[in-house]
Design a binder for this molecule. Structure first.
Ligand SMILES: Cc1cc2nc3c(=O)[nH]c(=O)nc-3n(C[C@H](O)[C@H](O)[C@H](O)COP(=O)(O)OP(=O)(O)OC[C@H]3O[C@@H](n4cnc5c(N)ncnc54)[C@H](O)[C@@H]3O)c2cc1C
Ligand code: SF4
Length: 330
């Protein structure tokens, strides 16, 4: 690992002061689960590493008629989010996703901010020998190489899938992400926080190098029923092969409106608006959920080695809808 200076910022102000506008020079570190492995492999070689574990660790879920949104601090550990009873009751899809990340050790150290900002798992990106498009090179090695875990949507010049399990249910719940930087703070809808490679090749979200995520705000909508369904290789601790979140606004057993978002299938969490249209006004049954899942994958364009992911995500969407409607207990 390249030598670096360590800044132990204890609050947001000190952390921001230690960051700089040039990409890659100074980087935040929270739990270090992702950042340290990138540094050990010389994929990132920052001069300065800034501890941001002093950012908020709040989990606040207000109750009552005036409750507007829940707040989760960026430095909240995934294990704490998964175990928070009121949060789990209000947002089962998000709590379930947090509970499924990696292993207990990873969840005890990894944070919400770090999970959202973790870098892609593409094996060419993670290997210092390959200078692909994302690292300033001229080609994407996945196109003619090993692409069995890559994107089936998006048709971008870089075919990563976004690695965050939290991002997908947060978008389904219309969460907003609070970002602070030298010129103040702004709130970005989670659906606009992640960006496609043709808009930004060297990063996966809207953050500038000297900006931080400080909290996530999730609207409280008592009528919404949500669930996440993940498909993993042999139920291992590894990232899901594909997954989906369904957030259904229901009257009785009929869907008034919904948000269906798929994960591990595109460079950003992928919203399935065709599935949402297919569900509108329908009573949820297995056939209706399968019809919506068919609509969700209709535009998929798999690469040479990942055609199997179309069926995997179709199943994930079907089961997420059934689970959110209370028709699947698994
Ligand atoms: C075996 C294994 C299995 C895993 N499985 C899953 C899985 O199933 N699903 C999943 O989602 N993840 C999975 N992960 C990834 C893991 O969840 C993330 O690495 C972890 O959540 C990152 O959090 P951290 O706090 O350690 O981040 P760090 O490693 O400290 O940081 C990650 C990135 O975020 C940036 N960053 C951190 N905090 C902030 C902030 N507040 N503002 C702006 N930038 C910030 C850092 O600069 C860095 O680029 C797995 C990891 C391992 C090792
Ligand atoms: S998918 Fe993206 S990160 Fe992977 S090799 Fe292609 S350009 Fe690089």
């Amino acid at each position: 690992m390249k030598a670096f200076a360590y800044v132990n910022a204890t609050n947001e102000k000190d952390a921001l002061a230690a960051l700089v506008p040039e990409r890659g020079k100074a980087v935040p570190i929270a739990g270090g689960q992702d950042l340290l492995s990138l540094m050990k492999d010389y994929i990132l070689t920052p001069e300065r590493v800034v501890n941001v574990k002093g950012l908020p660790t709040t989990i606040a879920v207000p109750v009552g008629p005036s409750a507007d949104y829940a707040v989760v601090g960026a430095a909240t550990r995934l294990a704490d989010l998964a175990a928070h009873e009121a949060f789990r009751k209000a947002f089962p899809a998000i709590a379930e996703a947090a509970a499924e990340v990696g292993t207990p050790q990873i969840r005890n150290v990894g944070t919400v901010g770090g999970n959202l900002c973790q870098r892609p798992r593409c094996w060419y990106f993670r290997n210092e020998e390959f200078r692909c498009l994302k690292k300033g090179g001229a080609r994407c090695f996945a196109v003619e190489g090993e692409n069995q875990f890559h994107a089936i949507f998006g048709d971008a010049p870089c075919h990563i899938v976004h690695p965050s399990s939290l991002a997908v249910p947060l978008i389904a719940h219309e969460a907003r992400i609070k970002v602070v930087g030298p010129s103040g703070e702004r709130e970005v809808p989670a659906a606009e926080f992640f960006v496609m490679p043709d808009r930004k090749m060297y990063g996966e979200n809207v953050l500038e190098p000297n900006e931080l995520v400080t909290e996530v705000r999730i609207p409280i909508r008592p009528g919404v029923k949500s669930a996440t369904y993940e498909v993993r290789y042999k139920q291992s601790h590894d990232w899901p092969i594909a997954f989906a979140t369904a957030a259904l606004t229901m009257t009785g057993d009929t869907v008034r409106s919904s948000r269906i978002v798929m994960g591990a299938v595109a460079p950003v969490p992928w919203r399935a608006e065709a599935a949402e249209k297919a569900l509108a006004g329908k009573r949820v049954t297995e056939a209706v959920a399968m019809g919506a899942a068919d609509a969700a994958v209709a535009e998929a364009k798999p690469m040479s080695g990942n055609g199997y992911k179309v069926q995997v995500v179709r199943t994930a969407v079907t089961r997420a809808i059934l689970k959110a409607a209370g028709l699947l207990k698994a």
